[in-house]
Design a protein around this ligand. Structure first.
Ligand code: PEP
Ligand code: MN
Length: 338
């Protein structure tokens, strides 16, 4: 339930409403936007109090049909959120391209890819240090060493870095070195991890779970927001369906649906959807055309010898070529790519 207060509501009236709710043990989420105040109530106590609150001075409306993810919903905040990843704003008119290898493999590899993607117009560098692999025998990432290599690549190129965190005990470490923390598809419903990244200040890139509905994505984002961190970017990266021609099925509808439901920025990851580098530019273009605020894409200087996700990684020239297409598509939909 969301209580919308009248514009210019007096402090006294607001305090009475808040006091009544608190006396009944309700949990409040207060959002002040310009001269409008919305109070979100997430607890069941809200329903019992609705009739009393409705007639209190200062109350403009009660929206009891509000979604179960109040903090991330557009009912609660109509204007779109900008998420700053160091000095790069995601969610504005620019479509932000985030590129880099699936895994950080060596100092030379990450430095080479970072330079190349920066030159081609990427704004954020990606690279996995802690890798969630399907098989325990696959490369698990360089761990802490990978974080240092990413930080060095940031120093070299000026690109902020995003990297995945897979365990609650690593959140502080990853947050020390990265500019944005990625929650991978496999951990989208790891609620302890969501709360942990919600309790630190760096922005969070939340990827859609492999078999998750859009509502589940939004509830996962609400976990992060409810722990105190509303700097969340959502990412459509393909879902598991009966179709086997692609690694996952790219759900392009998720982009406009999410953007209707939430004020958070929404980006697409065509690499993990396609699983095949040949298909990546088309899916990326579709995502931008559908209104995505960014594209997260895997790029490798030598994909054939990549330690993870080589088949879906663009080559350096392939990435540059795709950027040309994406710029044209962004232009066509009234957005821009730097
Ligand atoms: C990745 O970004 O390399 C990754 C593991 O992605 P996902 O969680 O979407 O599979
Ligand atoms: Mn990958």
């Amino acid at each position: 339930m969301i209580v919308v207060l009248e514009k210019g509501v007096s402090l006294k009236d607001k305090a009475s409403i808040v006091r009544l709710i608190e006396q009944h043990g309700g949990r409040l989420l207060v959002s002040e936007l310009g001269d409008t105040t919305h109070i979100g109530l997430v607890d069941t106590v809200a329903q019992a109090l609705a009739d009393r609150i409705r007639v209190m001075p200062g109350v403009a409306a009660i929206r009891s049909e509000a979604p179960p993810y109040p903090q991330v919903s557009r009912e609660y905040r109509e204007t779109r959120s900008l998420v700053d990843v160091r000095d790069v704003a995601v969610g504005g008119s620019e479509v932000v391209v985030m590129a880099g290898p699936c895994s950080v493999e060596s100092a030379t590899q990450i430095a080479t890819v970072a330079e190349a993607v920066a030159d081609a117009g990427a704004r954020i560098l990606r690279g996995g240090a802690f890798k969630p692999r399907t098989s325990p025998y696959s490369f698990q990432g360089l761990g802490e060493e990978g974080l240092y290599l990413l930080a060095a690549a940031r120093d070299q190129t000026g690109l902020p870095v995003v990297t995945e965190v897979v365990a609650t005990e690593d959140v502080a470490l990853v947050a020390t070195h990265a500019d944005m923390l990625q929650i991978g598809a496999r951990n989208m419903q790891n609620f302890r991890l969501l709360s942990e990244v919600g309790a630190q200040p760096k922005p969070v890139l939340l990827k859609r779970g492999i078999s998750s509905s859009i509502e589940e994505v939004l509830l996962a984002a609400e976990y992060v927001a409810s722990a105190g961190n509303t700097h969340v970017i959502l990412c459509e990266r393909g879902i598991r369906t009966f179709e086997t021609a692609t690694r996952n099925t790219f759900d392009v509808s998720a982009v406009p649906v999410l953007k209707r439901e939430t004020h958070l920025p929404v980006i697409v990851d065509p690499s993990h959807a396609a699983g095949d580098r040949e298909l990546v530019p088309a899916l990326a273009a579709a995502g931008v055309a559908a209104g995505a605020d960014g594209v997260l894409v895997e790029v490798h200087n030598d994909p054939d010898s990549a330690l993870s996700d080589g088949p879906q990684s663009l080559t350096l020239p392939g990435f540059t070529e795709m950027m040309g297409t994406l710029k044209a598509v962004a232009d066509a939909v009234g957005r821009r790519i730097r």
